[in-house]
Design a protein around this ligand. Structure first.
Ligand code: SF4
Length: 180
């Protein structure tokens, strides 16, 4: 017996020979099940991501099996590891090179808050330089937690209006990070 689960179709109106739904919901379903990650791994948390990609945890089950090392073909920036202040502008540049819609997961205590490195040289959380959608706690987080973070991001992507990125609130958020 197969345990493969199929993605549910969005809510809609069904009848013989037709199915009608909202454009937002179809786009949300497609986006949420094809989030291509850009793994920005600088230290130990990156190893947990490697385990998450492996056959046991198998991130591919959620449509994210294709890591993109070019920001231009990535949807989901996953920052994993300690980010030194010198590295901050590089993270931001990678984020800027990603096309909209783009999402960010801060994986592990270092990316979320600087972690144990409360010191002059370490960025105390990547949300000082780019907006973050999901925070995954832990030092390091287990692969299950990383998967949970991806599932939470899927939920955000699935329910996001396709107009969100044109809204004044979103533009104000970008401006607060000096991003045009
Ligand atoms: S959160 Fe812990 S495991 Fe992850 S990069 Fe920082 S020190 Fe390493």
């Amino acid at each position: 017996m197969s345990n493969i689960k199929m993605v549910e179709a969005p809510e809609g109106v069904e009848g013989s020979g037709f199915f009608a739904t909202q454009f937002d919901k179809v786009v949300g379903m497609a986006r949420s099940n094809s989030l291509w990650p850009l793994p920005f791994a600088t230290s130990c948390c990156g190893i947990e991501f490697m385990a998450t990609m492996g056959s046991h945890y198998d991130l591919a089950r959620f449509g994210s099996e294709r890591p993109s090392f070019s920001p231009r073909q990535a949807d989901m920036l996953m920052v994993m590891g300690t980010i030194a202040k010198k590295m901050g502008p590089i993270v931001k540049q990678v984020y800027l090179q990603m096309a909209e819609p783009r999402w960010v997961i801060a994986v592990g205590a270092c990316a979320c808050s600087g972690g144990i490195f409360d010191t002059y040289s370490v960025l105390q959380g990547i949300d000082r330089i780019i907006p973050v959608d999901v925070y995954v706690a832990g030092c390091p987080p287990r692969p299950e937690q990383i998967l949970d973070g991806v599932l939470q991001l899927q939920e955000i992507a699935r329910n996001e209006s396709i107009r969100r990125r044109n809204l004044p609130e979103y533009q104000a958020l970008m401006e607060s990070y000096a991003i045009q």
